[in-house]
Design a protein around this ligand. Structure first.
Ligand code: SF4
Ligand code: SF4
Length: 323
């Protein structure tokens, strides 16, 4: 029997959904175990960082890193994994583009600590004690990871070989990656595992290319017709700016249950900035009936809507905060 591959899986700033997505492989996980040994997966088994640090350089074949880089611990493990792994994979929206934790880039550490450790109604902290990287108590020094001002996607910290997008990555894409690894048929370095095109290109809903809309609605404000394009009905759907592949070759996971796409697969190839592309797509179906300054007033939370999964990797990256 050929020697098994060595896999590592790590979670950083994440909800844990990406780890669960691996379990969603169900019985196919047995096929993974047939080709690979998991040598590091702290959420599932009791591996210590010192075990990882003791491994030889390049001794891990594939490292799947999920979550964004929020603190010094995440950065440290990313760097150690990069050194030990032949192939580094950004797994899930947070690692690929910053994800939902990346929306914190509209604040900095000081502001976040103020809300979390002082202003929340359930907090009683009159001395405003906040986490510090180190604290000396008598002759003992206690340490904590340093909380950064800015959330980063993995490729802002280490070199990344492949990206598997999604929040969490769909089982079909995870399996596609496993098959490519198994058969030695990985695409060129830097590739996103998944289709290159947008969700609109495979969406089966009826579209009216000439439609102009005069307003936008949130899903609870109506009952979307399941046969028609969401945008044509005034519901914002991020399909024009989002990579397909979330439900296999056709459709989309959210569209299949009559919900507009929120953009978790990130931008399709050739789209530099998912939010900017979506704003441009919307403006084109609203103009000239609705001028841009009126359009933007209709959107309740532009950043959360257009950059929900990609703010740290977008052209905006973060809000500039003068200290
Ligand atoms: S905007 Fe949404 S509903 Fe309309 S075609 Fe694109 S993916 Fe389908
Ligand atoms: S439809 Fe959009 S938000 Fe829903 S899973 Fe697919 S890419 Fe993600």
């Amino acid at each position: 029997m050929a020697e098994k591959l060595k896999f590592a899986i790590y979670w950083a700033a994440t909800c844990g959904g990406c780890d669960v997505a691996i379990l969603d492989l169900a019985e196919k996980i047995l096929d993974v175990i047939e080709i690979a040994d998991i040598v590091f997966w702290p959420i599932a088994m009791d591996f210590k960082y010192k075990d990882l640090e003791a491994m030889d350089k390049g001794s891990i074949d594939f490292a799947f890193y999920n979550g964004s880089v929020r603190n010094s611990e995440h950065e440290h493990v990313a760097k150690v994994l990069r050194e030990k792994a032949k192939v580094m994979v950004a797994f899930g929206a947070c690692a690929c583009s910053g994800g939902i934790p990346g929306l914190a880039n509209i604040s900095n550490r000081e502001e976040i600590f103020k809300v979390a450790y002082k202003e929340t109604p359930s907090t009683v902290n009159p001395e405003f004690t906040v986490p510090k990287p180190s604290l000396k108590i008598e002759d003992v020094t206690l340490t904590l990871p340093e909380f950064y001002d800015t959330v980063k996607p993995l490729n802002m910290v280490v070199d990344v070989d492949y990206y598997i997008p999604g929040c969490p990555p769909p089982v079909e894409l995870i399996w596609q990656a496993v098959e490519a690894i198994k058969n030695g048929k990985l695409p060129p370095k830097g590739s996103v595992i998944g289709p290159r095109y947008t969700l609109c290109e495979v969406c089966k809903r009826k579209k009216d290319e000439k439609v102009k809309i005069k307003g936008i609605r949130r899903v609870y404000e109506g009952k979307p017709d399941p046969e028609k394009c969401f945008l044509d009905q005034g519901y914002i759907c991020l399909g024009p700016a989002t990579r397909a592949g979330c439900a296999g070759e056709e459709g989309g996971r959210c569209l299949n249950v009559n919900m507009p796409c929120r953009g978790c697969m990130g931008p399709a190839d050739e789209i530099r900035d998912q939010g900017a592309r979506m704003i441009s797509a919307l403006a084109s179906i609203m103009y000239p009936e609705v001028p841009p300054e009126e359009f933007i007033k209709m959107v309740k939370d532009p950043l959360g809507l257009f950059y929900r999964f990609t703010l740290p990797s977008s052209i905006l990256n973060r809000k500039v905060i003068k200290k």
